[in-house]
Design a protein around this ligand. Sequence first.
Ligand code: SF4
Length: 257
Amino acid sequence: MLDGISKSNGASTLETVTTTPITRDEIADASARLEGQSPETILRWGVERYFPRLTMATAFGAEGCCIIHMLAPIEPRVRIFNLETGYQFPETMQVRERIKDRYGIEVELVTPDTTVAEYEEEHGGPLYAINPDQCCFDRKKRPLVRALAGYEAWISAIRADQTKHRARADVVQWDGKFNLAKLNPLLNWTRNDVWSFILKHEIPYNPLHDQGYPSIGCWPCTRAVAIGEDERAGRWAGTDKKECGLHVIEHEGGSGI
Ligand code: SF4
């Protein structure tokens, strides 16, 4: 229980581990202490505090690849998963293989209830063009809820300068949408920080980044951007949608940021 915030504990997939309850004060204190610290320090704290009830979702973006590189020597047993919607680029899936080769980490694929063929048959065609929110809900959010069950914290690769929602995040925060703590170790990094780190450590990354795709999601909802465009302009281009909703935090009152 988090000071009035109920927390479900579906630990069926985890070993029985006794942990000290999370408190709102602890999250606030940790965030204040870790603000300005290196991503590795934030990750180390997260591992010490939450492992094995710590997990990470990755879409194999540049930021996520940096975190995997940092996490591997700290605790390679942290469960890392990818929401495999069935609509990802082949290049994205190849990054998973390269990460396995480099770090020995096998990123788990979390899939929706239906295959793409079943889903499109059920809806009379693809939903991404006519109702992307429903498509993201069915193929990302619902599987994510299932994947997070039993965990007490998850790691995200968001940066504050990506969207106005992300600008309001904290290094450590309560994620009321999924009912667990959220660590954002790269929150204060810039795009330049990310790419300097990747090049310095020769970290595997999605080759589409070199073809004008700064932000990569599912292929139907991602296009290359022109020079000078916002780095997320290629996501759900032509619509107001800029987030799949997974990183729009709901606080205790349920208000999204
Ligand atoms: S990003 Fe597009 S294809 Fe992927 S789940 Fe969302 S709407 Fe569907």
